[in-house]
Design a protein around this ligand. Sequence first.
Ligand code: PBG
Length: 327
Amino acid sequence: MAFPEVRMRRLRRTEAFRRLVRETTLTVDDLVMPLFVVPGHGVVKPVQSMPGVAQLSVDRAVEECRRIADLGIPAVILFGIPEYKDATGSSAWRDDGVVQQAIRAIKTACPGLAVITDVCLCEYTDHGHCGVIVGQDVDNDATLDLLAKEAVSHAQAGADMVAPSDMMDGRVAAIREALDAEGFEHIPILAYAAKFASAFYGPFREAAESAPRFGDRRSYQMDPANGNEALREVELDLEEGADIVMVKPATFYLDVLWRVKETFGCPVAAYQVSGEYAMIQLLVQNGAVDEKRAVLESLLAIRRAGADFVLTYFATKVAPWLTRFSW
Ligand code: PBG
């Protein structure tokens, strides 16, 4: 059958029909809110390139987490900006580090809110790279131990899940082994598995004060041209024990998300990164798009492509527009 018997517009005619045949949903259950934690007290320092996002001291991060939990958002992901940086990023595994303090305070104030931590060295190294520098490049194997120490330190502070974002080979296995050895075999690993060397991390590097001082991240993050390689990265991370794999950025890599979900069927996360966020915010500020529709469309597209949940700076903004699925 075809036109005129078939008319696709029949089911688009009313909002009730559109709701009945809608294929993809977005609920608060699908959101993770990223937070940037800085030393100090009472600090709320807006990030210039990310309108609506601020660096927060631990006390303010706790307040924000109370609001996040009240909105029904299941989880936050924490990034720490330490007081001191050095060549190996040693502040990353300090028991009194800014992220470790934040984890403890948030878990005390909001026990039901899942605290995920970003495991990487770029915020902690004075050169801004995601691992130890030997010669002109990041040394893979020397970095693994340090990442494992950082992950264990987060777990000891009470983190519910760790998320390595460094893109070193073998880091999921190294972290899994270290967590298990310390009695944290129940802590899942969310691996930034297909993480591309993207221009769209620009605003984040202001927020996390983590721009590399020399060179770029192309010797460890993926070439944006490669889709097959992304599947290989995901496969390896799953073999090493990743519980959830992430594709990052999201919007320009929807094909990768789709292929990962189709191929592995495992839990898949997507990171709508700082540049994607800023892009939409600028359109909104210029009055070029309707904010609610644009933000929801962007998140729905990421879900449609295969993401089970989305790390997004819009989480607290969209949560009040959404409902929660409950049994
Ligand atoms: C740390 C890290 C980055 C992001 C998340 N973890 C930056 C980078 O790799 O340079 C980017 C997040 C964003 O842009 O919102 N390695």
